[in-house]
Design a protein around this ligand. Structure first.
Ligand code: PLP
Length: 389
């Protein structure tokens, strides 16, 4: 079946699931404010609380431990504060330890000062160095540690449960940015032994601009909200709730949970086709993090001589939406901090192309990409031979 465009940038954002679109449309018709006591208000409250249960079920939490935010960025910012408290421990946390490959919304350090934050290195395969983590938590008193579940660029899955054991033994707390995980790999807050978990709706097929911070137990308190006011979200996040967005998030969470095993197998099978096709076209292709466990939908690769920006533009013109491993800030393409942390040589830092798949990706999408890549690769080899491409 011919496809007009092949969307392979699901780690940037996923198309909205039909169930989320439906829930969002229905919620837009509910006129009440969830804080109002009348019937209209109660209807809106009902939507928010149903979504809270759906999101809680996605990660095996209790619904009373889910707090809605404007997205993953805000959830990270809310969690990363020295003021975070556990029952019986009201002293501020003196140190933030975070892996060197965290998303910029964690790397910014939340409300810790730069001097209070310390990086934990990763190994060449993209996994956090647990020995280095053990040394760092041993030196810090009651640190807050932030480690992502899976990296958004490489897809490499982090040893979160092992890290949690190290962190807890040292009296620390573990925050896990799980934004890229649900619907792709198991993501149960209890099994991960995470104290706090960040989620974002738009990565699982919900709307953009809504997310959640989830806590393991009611023993964890946020005495330092980012937004104060009317006391919504039990005082942790003031402001009238984004009812439609939250309802869409809930529906996406339920669909992602219900369809998880089938979708994960589907993505992995197509990703395998993509990677073997890629290697057949470009024998020198290097797939970053290939030896580690990765998300079933993500491939970050480079080929000698390739410039990511040029390849992404060529792919786009050919109908393929992919992205580069480099983050673009203020119009300037920066080398990936993730690859730099993995010790990738500078010559390869500028060449990374990320292809990320989703539940609706088809074999035709993958073939479309491979056809487009063949053209990029033949342009490259012509250049190598000194022939104008
Ligand atoms: N954390 C990770 C790992 C991400 O990939 C992203 C989004 O790209 C975020 C956090 C931020 O989430 P949001 O876009 O909902 O603010």
């Amino acid at each position: 079946m011919p496809v007009e465009r092949s969307y392979l940038d699901w780690n940037a954002t996923a198309p909205m699931r039909p169930q989320a679109q439906e829930a969002l449309r229905e919620a837009l018709a509910v006129s009440g404010n969830p804080s109002s006591v009348h019937a209209e208000g109660r209807a809106a409250r009902g939507l928010v609380e149903r979504a809270r249960e759906q999101v809680a079920a996605l990660v095996g939490a209790q619904s009373s431990n889910v707090f809605f935010t404007s997205g993953g960025t805000e959830a990270n910012m809310l969690a990363l504060t020295p003021a975070i408290e556990t029952a019986g421990e009201r002293r501020p946390r003196g140190r933030l330890l975070m892996s060197a490959i965290e998303h910029p919304s964690v790397r910014a350090g939340g409300r810790f000062s730069r001097e209070m934050a310390e990086d934990i290195p990763v190994m060449a395969d993209g996994r956090v160095d647990l020995a280095a983590l053990a040394v760092a938590v041993g030196k810090a008193s009651r640190p807050l540690v932030s480690l992502m579940l899976a990296n958004n660029e490489t897809g490499v899955v982090q040893p979160v449960a092992e890290a949690a054991a190290i962190v807890h033994a040292a009296g620390g707390l573990l925050h896990v940015d799980a934004v890229q995980g649900p619907g792709r790999i198991p993501c149960n807050i209890g099994n991960l032994s995470a104290d706090l978990l960040t989620l974002s709706a738009h990565k699982i097929g919900g709307p953009k601009g809504v997310g959640a911070i989830v806590r393991r137990s009611e023993d964890i308190h946020f005495p330092d909200p980012l937004i104060r006011g009317g006391g919504q979200e039990r005082g942790i996040r003031a402001g009238t709730e984004n009812v439609a967005g939250i309802a869409g998030f809930g529906a996406a969470a339920e669909a992602a949970r219900g369809q998880f095993s089938g979708e994960a197998v589907h993505m992995k099978a197509l990703r395998d086709v993509l990677e073997s096709g890629l290697k057949a076209i470009s024998q020198s292709a290097v797939i970053f993090g290939e030896t580690a466990e990765r998300l079933p939908n993500t491939t970050l690769f480079t080929v000698e001589g390739i410039k990511a920006e040029t390849a992404i533009i060529a792919l786009d013109l050919d109908g393929v939406a992919a992205s580069s491993g480099a983050a673009c800030s203020s119009g300037k393409v920066q080398p990936s901090h993730v690859l730099a942390a993995m010790g990738v040589p500078p010559a390869l830092l500028h060449g990374a192309v990320r292809v990320s798949l989703g539940w609706a990706t088809t074999q035709a999408d993958v073939e479309y990409f491979l056809d487009a890549w063949r053209k990029v690769a033949s342009g490259l080899s012509k250049k190598e031979q000194g022939i104008a491409a």
